[in-house]
Design a binder for this molecule. Structure first.
Ligand code: ADP
Length: 160
């Protein structure tokens, strides 16, 4: 059976931290579905269309990565995609506590789906989409923190 993992998130915007987790997990899975959450209750900084386009640009040349928008429960989405794994990244003990709760609840709902954690690369352990958004709101340069391919577009989008 194909080993399919879902990497869920809001990617508002995608950072080098997300990219690193996905690329490092590629040898472990046959396919990684980057699941872009469309959650109307969570107000995003960038529109869904931009977040989706940037993910496509970053992973367009990677045949094992697929970008899919979703809403609703992550485990239901995994079932629809035939995915047996949820991939998550861990930066800090706070991430761990947060992820543990979600992971245990997901396990209670869908015991067949396993959550797999990758530790953040040390150079990205302090990086988050929210820090990137704060820098952008204040006119700063995020080119070190977001994938190189999309850095120019992100800055142009903010200044337009
Ligand atoms: P959410 O909206 O669920 O917080 P994010 O888009 O912020 O989604 O993150 C999705 C996943 O990526 C989460 O598992 C998160 O822990 C992980 N992640 C985010 N930033 C980093 C980073 N710098 N290093 C490693 N993992 C990260």
């Amino acid at each position: 059976m194909k080993k399919i993992a879902v990497f869920p998130g809001s990617f508002d915007p995608i950072t080098r931290g997300h990219e690193s987790i996905i690329r490092r997990a590629l040898p472990v899975f046959d396919e990684i579905i980057v699941a872009l959450g469309d959650n109307p209750e969570k107000k995003s900084y960038f529109p869904l269309a931009n977040r989706s386009k940037w993910l496509e640009l970053v992973f367009g040349d990677e045949p094992k990565v697929r970008i899919v928008k979703y809403s609703g429960l992550t485990v239901d989405f995994c079932m629809r995609m035939n995915a047996g794994y949820i991939l998550r990244g861990l930066r800090t003990s706070a991430d761990f506590e947060f992820e543990r709760t979600i992971g245990l609840m997901n396990k209670a709902i869908s015991p067949a789906i396993e959550t797999v954690f990758f530790l953040s690369a040390p150079e990205y352990a302090a990086l988050s989409s929210s820090v990137v958004r704060d820098i952008l709101r204040n006119g700063g340069d995020v080119s070190k923190f977001v994938p190189q391919k999309i850095s120019g577009e992100i800055h142009r989008t903010v200044s337009s």
